[in-house]
Design a protein around this ligand. Structure first.
Ligand code: PHE
Length: 357
């Protein structure tokens, strides 16, 4: 090989190297040109057959190209690394985290917990029952005989399913069936509460829904009287709404209690004077409290002394055992505790509203 041929080969290598596209693996290129058996390395080794002068001259040019290739390979390697780290950002432990919004308990759950706590302090244990209930527990054992008109008080969702007495299963219309289930499984004295979803075939409006929540409490023992009922409810209501709250009873009818009562609580908004207070928007009638409509009282609970027929159905002797029961809608308590006027607000799941409660 003549020095000119050698130089020609050198410039061919240079041309070829610099025409390789940027995406090529730099490690592979390094091996191909500069590695032990690389094209440029082999060519430089050929210098040994030339004269000293030619060796010097050609060697300088050859080494200059070797350095040029090496530099180019180095920059190919760094730009490759940068692209890789762009795709996978480095972990920066000093960065603050993403803010994590805190959840809160739903107002209905909050209210139920408050009621359960409050009655728990008076010795009531918490019991549970099924939502799809048998006619027997929801009605018959509670002294609503089949076809009795009292059943019309509660518009019922019947299920297309029969129980062992060939009666329909239904969605429980109140929490009172838990009373029956509890008394059937325990001997007196029994003091228990239950709470949960209840269902009635009603149109949705500001104070009604086809699904809502109730709580129920009852106490069966020797010598339980209406005075015990009154004391229990008064203590419970004062615990919930403050020591200024008052209750009053008026006669009412439920098949499973005798006597039966409707229990009203003094309006927590106007303090029982019936007038729209400071900061309160007057309702329909000018100057009247919009919540109690000026009466000063709010219907909150049904209550009464457990009917002898109910005791008989549960295997208790009504000559020896007496007791009281009370029940109420949780939503109504929640609306008062949180100052909500429309029950639908509790179920629309609008976080802007739920977050304020
Ligand atoms: N279960 C009744 C209802 O849903 C409420 C109630 C319970 C009344 C206990 C009296 C005693 O209407």
């Amino acid at each position: 090989m003549t020095p000119d041929q050698w130089l020609e080969r050198l410039s061919r290598i240079e041309k070829e190297f610099f025409s390789v596209p940027g995406g090529e693996d730099p490690g592979r290129l390094e091996q191909k040109y500069l590695g032990r058996k690389g094209e440029l390395a082999l060519l430089l080794r050929e210098l040994s057959s030339f004269s000293i002068e030619d060796k010097k001259r050609l060697g300088q040019t050859g080494n200059a190209l070797k350095n040029k290739l090496q530099e180019n390979l180095d920059s190919r390697k760094t730009s490759r690394g940068a692209a890789a780290s762009e795709a996978r950002p480095a972990l920066d432990l000093a960065l603050s985290g993403y803010p994590y919004p805190r959840g809160s308990v739903h107002p209905v759950t909050f209210t139920a917990n408050k009621i359960i706590d409050s009655l728990g302090k008076l010795g009531f244990s918490l019991e549970d029952g099924p939502l799809a209930e048998m006619d027997y527990y929801n009605f018959e054992a509670l002294n609503f005989p089949p076809h009795h008109p009292a059943r019309d008080m509660q518009d019922t969702f019947y299920l297309n399913l029969k129980d062992e007495k060939n009666m329909d299963y239904l969605l429980r219309t109140h929490t009172s069936p838990v009373q029956i289930r509890t008394m059937k499984s325990r001997k007196p004295p029994v003091r228990a509460i239950s709470f949960g979803k209840t269902f009635r075939s009603e149109a949705v409006d500001a104070s009604h829904s086809f699904v809502f929540h109730q709580m129920e409490g009852f106490y069966a023992d020797k010598n339980v009287s209406m005075a015990d009922l009154k004391w229990t409810l008064e203590t419970f209501i004062k615990d919930l709404f403050g020591s200024g709250a008052k209750i009053r009873f008026s006669p009412s009818y439920f098949p499973f209690v005798e006597p039966g009562a409707q229990v009203e609580v003094s309006c927590v908004f106007c303090g029982r004077n019936g007038a729209a207070g400071a900061g309160q928007k007057p309702g329909g009638e000018e100057g009247k409290c919009p919540v109690c409509k000026g009466s000063g009282w709010l219907e909150m609970l049904g209550a009464g002394m457990i009917h002898s027929e109910v005791f008989k159905a549960c295997g208790y002797d009504p000559e020896k055992v007496s007791g009281f029961a009370f029940g109420a809608g949780i939503e109504r308590f929640a609306m008062l505790l949180f100052g909500i006027r429309d029950m639908r607000m509790l179920y629309e799941n609008d976080l802007r509203i739920l977050k304020q409660l």
